[in-house]
Design a protein around this ligand. Structure first.
Ligand SMILES: [Zn+2]
Length: 136
């Protein structure tokens, strides 16, 4: 019998139950039981939660990898505590300008972008001023 037909022969409280019937986000089976139940079983809840965590971990791993690579590139380009490099030097090594760990704004309003302890400041003509902070 179709859900619609069934709804016509069942008492009102059952109809509500059918209309609001949810399916398990893990296995797509209908959920039977309490209205606030989100999964069909503990097994499905655990499986779903583990998948979410794995997705989260994959994303964090990706971002951490980019940040590490950025830091490595800056480290290679800055022999001491200060240096100036052209944008091309960073770009050709695959530097990703969208990712940094923190910023530092000077009193004059200049913004340094840091990848861990090494930062860069965009200056004129596509050059960057690199600085290394002594974080121990
Ligand atoms: Zn399930």
């Amino acid at each position: 019998m179709l859900k619609k037909e069934m709804a016509n022969v069942l008492p009102e409280n059952f109809k509500i139950g059918i209309m609001m019937q949810k399916s398990c986000p893990e296995c797509n089976e209908p959920i039977i039981g309490r209205a606030d139940k989100k999964f069909c079983s503990d097994m499905c809840r655990n499986a779903w939660n583990n998948k979410q965590k794995r997705k989260e971990n994959n994303y964090m791993r990706k971002v951490n990898g980019i940040l590490r690579k950025n830091r490595q590139i800056l480290d290679e380009l800055i022999p001491g505590d200060k240096h100036t490099v052209h944008n091309d030097m960073l770009a050709k090594r695959g530097f990703n300008f969208s990712f940094f760990t923190n910023t530092y704004t000077t009193k004059t309003g200049k913004v340094y972008y840091f990848c861990y302890e090494i930062g860069y400041l965009p200056i004129d003509n596509n050059f960057y001023a690199l600085v290394r902070r002594n974080e121990k």
